[in-house]
Design a protein around this ligand. Sequence first.
Ligand code: G3H
Ligand code: ZN
Length: 294
Amino acid sequence: MYASMKEMLLHAHKNNYAVMAINCVNMEQAKAIIQSAEEERSAVIINISPRQMKAHGHGDILAPMIRNMAEKVSVPVAFNLDHGTAMEDIVKAMQYGFSSVMIDASGCDFEENVRRTALVASLAHSQGRSCEAELGHVGLASQSDNDKVDLFTNVAQAKEFVEKTGCDCLAVAIGTAHGKYPEGFVPKLDFERLRELKEELKMPLVLHGGSGAGEENIRRVVACGINKINVCTDLFRHATNTAIQVLEKTPSIDYMDLCIEIQNAMKDFIKSYMRVIGSSGRYGFEKPEGQDLD
Ligand code: G3H
Ligand code: ZN
């Protein structure tokens, strides 16, 4: 079923697990994500950023396709605008039929972040969509300022932020970063801050920059209250590596068969991740009659 992030994340919050939010730019990825969710009986969130939409996966084309695929399965599937910074992109995403939007005004000062987030949250709610916001700032793994504590989410500010904006879930900065870390580097996360944020806010919390965080960190953030984990780089890399391996082994492979091999490899990755973060087996299996995604 096609759904907003709101109910699925409240369910995850109440039952202490996390839902994957996976960046997706084409049909093969959407199929891999939705089939994985269905087979694992898990909710899932499909993300796309404005940059990814401009570069490849146009939102006006993907939204109806994802909605159509989601309606063929019984588990909840959300389609979320990831890191919406411009109002224009957020409004367009809602017009295209996204079920959820993220307003990322984490680069602004606190007052401006509150102002923009409150506006987007009320607009999203008036249309039955959910709204994610970010406080503190999750930077890039390639930059060196990711362990700067002044970019981490401030607990007292977070309380005020949520009360003033009405956002449905909050992305927090606790030490992860976007993209690929240097070889062998594992981020050190501020679990104490995360516990305090959960205690204070009692709402769904989001971890950005899930790639390269390490399984132990991922298990611990879920135990401390993270309910949505964004993953992009690791899955894209896994898909590329699969393509390289398959082509090295069978250079004459048919294009469609190559796409299917990549799709299946993505499914393996996603399904085992869902088990780690505890979202597997949370929903019943009642396949809508006469529908098939294969
Ligand atoms: O919003 C998307 C993410 O936070 C993904 O980050 O590429 O490090 O997994 P990642
Ligand atoms: Zn992110």
